[in-house]
Design a protein around this ligand. Structure first.
Ligand code: ADP
Ligand code: MG
Ligand code: MG
Length: 255
C-alpha cells in the first residue's frame, strides 16, 4: 500500500521584508484510498503545503521531510514527483498557449507511464472521461487553460486526474468559484477516481461545501502554519456551523 508521509515540515519564503516562515511543523500521513480534507482560514499555509509537495522553487524547506513510499520526495525533480505518482491541481492553474488539451494530456500520460498509450484505448478513455465530466468534445482542441472559465479549469484538472491515474492527488481549492452543478460534477469525478484507482487525496478547501459531495475520512484544520486540530467528518460539520472563529481567537491569545 502506498503512503505519503509529511514529518515536522518547516517551510519559508524570501520576501522583500526578509525570510517569512510559513509552515511551522506539519505532520500528516496519507494512505492510499484515504481522503484528507485540509481546511483552515485564508493565509494559514494550505497552498504553501501544496506548492512544497509540488516542488515550487520559491518554497524553501528548512527542516522536516516528505516521503512517498519511503522515497525522499523533496530530493526529486518536479517531473520525477509526477512519475512517482503525485498529481497536483493548483489553486491558479497556468495557461499553456499553443498546446491543445488532447496533446497536453497524451504527452503527460506518456511522460508519467514511460510509454505512449495506445491510440485506440486512449481516445476511448478521453472521450469517456470527458463525457463523465459533461465536457463538450470540442474542448480537447482548445489550448490548455487559455480563456477557460473557472469551471472549465477545474473540470480539466479532474479530467487529468482520471486519465493520469496517480497514487496521490493534492487538490487546492478545486471547489472555488464553482456553481453547485459544476461542484457536483467535479466531486463525482474525484469520487470516481478514488473508487477506480484507490488513490489518496489531499483536498484543500476553505469551505465545507464540497464536503457534502466528497466525504473525507479525515479532516485537518490549518492555523498559522500548523495543524491545530484533526478529526473525522464530524469536524467538517462543526466547521460548517461555527466557522474558524474559535481557532483564530485562541491563536490571537497565544501570540
Ligand atoms: P492559504 O492557502 O491557507 O490561504 P498560503 O499558503 O497561500 O495560505 O499563504 C500562507 C501565508 O504565506 C500568507 O501569509 C501568505 O501571504 C504567505 N505567502 C505564501 N506564499 C508566499 C510568497 N510566495 N511570498 C510571500 N508570502 C507568501
Ligand atoms: Mg488563500
Ligand atoms: Mg490557498
Amino acid at each position: 500500500m502506498s503512503v505519503l508521509e509529511i514529518k515536522d515540515l518547516h517551510v519559508s519564503v524570501e520576501t522583500e521584508q526578509g525570510t517569512k516562515q510559513i509552515l511551522k511543523g506539519v505532520d500528516l500521513t496519507v494512505n492510499e484510498g484515504e481522503i484528507h480534507a485540509i481546511m483552515g482560514p485564508n493565509g494559514s499555509g494550505k497552498s504553501t503545503l501544496a506548492y512544497t509537495i509540488a516542488g515550487h522553487p520559491k518554497y524553501h524547506v528548512d527542516s522536516g521531510s516528505i516521503t512517498l513510499d519511503g522515497e525522499d520526495l523533496l530530493a526529486m525533480t518536479v517531473d520525477a514527483r509526477a512519475r512517482a505518482g503525485l498529481f497536483l491541481a493548483m489553486q491558479y492553474p497556468v495557461e499553456i498557449p499553443g498546446v491543445a488539451v488532447t496533446n497536453f494530456l497524451r504527452t503527460a500520460k506518456t511522460a508519467i507511464d514511460g510509454v505512449q498509450p495506445s491510440i485506440r484505448t486512449w481516445t476511448k478513455q478521453v472521450t469517456e472521461s470527458m463525457k463523465n465530466l459533461r465536457m463538450d468534445a470540442s474542448f480537447k482542441d482548445r489550448n490548455v487553460n487559455e480563456g477557460f472559465s473557472g469551471g472549465e479549469k477545474k473540470r480539466h484538472e479532474i479530467l487529468q486526474l482520471e486519465l493520469l491515474a496517480p497514487k496521490f492527488a493534492v487538490l487546492d481549492e478545486t471547489d472555488s468559484g464553482l456553481d453547485v452543478d459544476a461542484l457536483k460534477i467535479v466531486a463525482e469525478g474525484v469520487n470516481r477516481a478514488k473508487a477506480n484507482t484507490g488513490l489518496g487525496i489531499m483536498l484543500i478547501t476553505h469551505y465545507t461545501r464540497i464536503l457534502r459531495y466528497i466525504s473525507p475520512d479525515f479532516v485537518h484544520v490549518f492555523v498559522d502554519g500548523r495543524i491545530a486540530e484533526q478529526g473525522g467528518p464530524e469536524l467538517a460539520d462543526r466547521l460548517e456551523n461555527e466557522g474558524y472563529d474559535r481557532f483564530l481567537a485562541s491563536d490571537a491569545l497565544a501570540t
